[in-house]
Design a protein around this ligand. Structure first.
Ligand code: URA
Length: 240
């Protein structure tokens, strides 16, 4: 791999900036100052340092974000702010993207990564990865909603997979577990019961709960343990 590619995919700097760093003599490979940013290196075997600090090569990055209201689940939008703009420049440079979508007004757990294969696996309808949402409604859900949700709510684009609904005593709020992601799914499911969602928060994804230490708009890398849970999520969460 070229040194400049290594630096940009490690989120350190752009390829252009890598040229400047080499001119400054800030980069070493195995202790030797490099003169060109296009030299070939082996990320696994060589030690690359910037100003004496070793750069650890990560093939992929996995981020947990507590999405605030008003952000679009995308990497670009003509008018509105996008979730990736909340990340560091280095992560944006790596091409990190959101794994699935939340509506603009939905808040809570988003996973972002540059691991396309894992993202694809987690979003595949065949995998049944569980997502838990907390919600508040405009009016109480009628009796029997739990059973109807478990049986599969019919929407115009198909029958929903069985969803587990857990309601508060006044039936105005609760949690729902989905294993798929149709457009505006929870909002539309609630509408079939004559109610509107007034607040929606994703609280867990594929066995990973939202870190409550993160404020809205804050993010952190997933721990190694969380990455392992996520990688095993498709198979393990088959039966809700
Ligand atoms: N269901 C919705 O209606 N909106 C979301 O953002 C997620 C699930």
């Amino acid at each position: 791999m070229r040194l400049d590619k290594f630096l940009s995919s490690s989120g350190i700097c752009s390829r252009k900036e890598a040229i400047k760093l080499t001119l400054k003599g800030a980069l070493t490979v195995n202790g030797k100052t490099v003169k060109r940013s296009d030299v070939a290196i082996s990320p696994e075997c060589d030690t690359v340092c910037l100003n004496g600090e070793p750069i650890r090569y990560e093939e992929f990055v996995y981020i947990m974000l507590n999405k605030p209201e008003g952000y679009i689940s995308a990497t670009e939008d003509g008018n509105l702010p996008v979730v990736t703009s909340l990340l560091s420049e280095a992560l944006q440079r790596r091409g990190v993207f959101p794994c699935g979508r939340l509506d603009k007004d939905t808040v809570g757990l988003m996973i972002l990564t540059d691991d396309g294969a894992l993202s694809h696996a987690l979003l595949s309808p065949k995998r049944h990865v569980a997502k838990i949402y907390g919600f508040t409604l405009s009016s109480p859900l009628p009796k029997g909603a739990e059973k109807r949700f478990a049986q599969g709510v019919p929407l115009k684009d198909g029958i929903c997979k069985s969803a587990r609904l857990c309601l508060s005593e006044d039936r105005l709020s609760g949690e729902i577990v989905l294993t798929e992601g149709k457009y505006h799914q929870i909002k539309r499911m609630m509408q079939t019961e004559g109610s509107e969602v007034v607040f929606l928060e994703r609280r867990a994804f594929g066995g990973i709960p939202l870190d409550t230490a993160l404020g809205r708009g804050e993010w952190r890398p997933l721990t190694q343990e969380e990455v392992t849970i996520l990688k095993n999520a498709p198979a393990k969460n088959k039966d809700l």
